[in-house]
Design a binder for this molecule. Structure first.
Ligand SMILES: [Zn+2]
Length: 302
């Protein structure tokens, strides 16, 4: 694998990152030219500024080839041990760790820009948390995801499994959701969830005319479902499903929306929620599955 940053350049793909330029963020305007192949710089014909090819990406300032960095970050994301990457690619352990950090920071920025803008019609969200054993420490990791798209909405790490962890996790979910939408949240039996969900999904409502404080009211179409698994000798022997908030009719209509939304890809989601006899079968299959992917990755990163 090559060990330099001299890579093929394509002036049609990047856009001008200059905040003062009228062509900022626009692709295919024909305003970018290759300025310097050796130093990997483009030039914007609109604002006459030059820019690095990797500017604004997680690759900015790195000297290794893009292909190598993408492979390493992908392996990290799928739980490959850092030592295996170090030996396979001849990299320093600190380099691999810093690439992981860079990727995480960049993904966080992308998440805030595209996901946490309060524009998603979530319909159905699953949330769960796991206990993580790291090096001389134990932390809790919470995750929430949108079921129909499997989009990660929120992730949180905390030293304690307390109300604050649930509040922060659900607040992140709230920042992604369009206000006052019909929403079904499926969680495990942790007692902190119902309160945190209701604190996150409420709006200020002014009940009386004139001066006075507005009260906070929980979204009317918010439903909370709880799925509790009882295990014996590490085997699930009983599953209890109940609606913690919301009437069955509301939940059914919410599920129906969800089911119709995902009906085009039933093999992916039929195990999550679907018709079961005369009702609807609730599960937390997606978020549990995704947390199991984290299980192998967490000890390396914490
Ligand atoms: Zn420009």
């Amino acid at each position: 694998m090559q060990n330099s940053t001299t890579e093929p350049m394509d002036a049609s793909k990047p856009f001008c990152p200059n905040a003062a330029c009228s062509a900022r963020g626009k692709i295919g305007q024909g305003n970018r030219r290759i300025h310097d192949r050796k130093r990997q710089r483009y030039r914007c014909t609109r604002c006459k500024q030059t820019f690095r090819a990797r500017q604004g990406t997680m690759l900015e300032g790195l000297r290794k080839p893009t292909e190598l960095i993408v492979i390493v970050v992908t392996l990290l994301a799928y739980g490959c041990p850092v030592q295996a990457i170090v030996h396979a690619f001849g990299l320093d352990e600190r380099t691999v760790a810093s690439w992981g950090d860079r990727a995480g920071q960049h993904c966080e920025q992308v998440h805030h820009h595209f996901v946490a803008q309060g524009q998603l019609d979530l319909v159905h969200v699953q949330a769960d948390e796991i206990r993580v054993k790291g090096r001389q420490m134990i932390v809790w990791m919470g995750l929430a995801m949108m079921v129909s798209t499997r989009l990660w909405l929120a992730g949180m790490v905390s030293a304690h499994r307390d109300r604050r962890l649930a509040d922060r996790l659900l607040h992140q979910v709230r920042t992604c959701s369009r206000p006052l939408q019909a929403l079904l949240l499926c969680t495990d039996g942790w007692a902190a969830y119902p309160g945190s969900i209701q604190r996150a999904f409420r709006e200020k409502v002014k009940r009386t005319a004139g001066r006075g404080r507005a009260c906070l009211q929980v979204w009317s179409e918010l439903c909370i479902a709880t799925v509790i698994k009882r295990t014996e000798k590490k085997r699930v022997v009983e599953v209890t499903r109940k609606m913690t908030r919301g009437r069955w009719n509301k939940q059914a209509s919410c599920c129906k929306l969800h089911w119709e939304a995902v009906f085009s890809i039933p093999p992916l989601l039929s195990g999550s929620m679907g018709p079961c006899g005369s009702g609807w079968l609730l599960s937390r299959a997606h978020v549990v599955m995704r947390l199991s992917v984290w299980r192998g990755w967490k000890a390396e990163c914490i």
